[in-house]
Design a protein around this ligand. Structure first.
Ligand SMILES: *[C@@H]1O[C@H](CO)[C@@H](O)[C@H](O)[C@H]1NC(C)=O
Length: 148
């Protein structure tokens, strides 16, 4: 029994880690390492703090807007969910951000970061990543970030 539980713990740990590094590799393949001067480790910290790397994350805000997907992109400014008035800066329906195919989510995150606020648009980044050592998000992934 003890051996079985050790095995299960190992398995769970492995899966969590596999997903983290898988996401890091995916973002890297989309040119996110250094995009707009933001390191891959910072994008990892941002997406972990916003959604725990969950592409299906949906969170409602007090102002009636909603945050969608792995980057928690906001419906008032960036996407259209037909529930509130939106500037729809990414010209997309919000549900397109809830997909394992992350093409749309990554394009929209790139658009968001090009705004004057930059990466500080994400509260999760300001709260958990800004001025922190974020290198741990790439630990063991075999990805050497070219940007610090
Ligand atoms: C949002 O989507 C609805 C339904 O397709 C459409 O009628 C509306 O014009 C869209 N709004 C914006 C700002 O894109």
């Amino acid at each position: 029994l003890r051996k079985l539980s050790d095995f299960l713990l190992l398995l769970v740990g492995h899966i969590e880690m596999f997903e983290r590094c898988q996401w890091a590799r995916t973002m890297k393949s989309y040119g996110m390492d250094g995009y707009w001067g933001i390191s891959l480790a910072n994008w990892m910290c941002l997406t972990y703090s916003e959604s725990s790397y969950n592409t299906m994350a949906v969170n409602h805000n007090r102002d009636k807007s909603t945050d969608y997907g792995i980057f928690q992109i906001n419906s008032r400014w960036w996407c259209n969910d037909t529930r509130i008035r939106t500037a729809n800066g990414c010209h997309i329906m919000c549900e397109q951000l809830l997909s394992d195919n992350v093409d749309v989510a990554i394009s929209c995150a790139k658009r968001v970061v090009r705004d004057p606020q930059g990466i500080a648009a994400w509260v999760g980044w300001r709260t958990h990543c800004k001025n922190q050592d974020v290198s741990k998000y790439l630990d063991g992934c075999g990805l050497d970030s070219s940007f610090l």
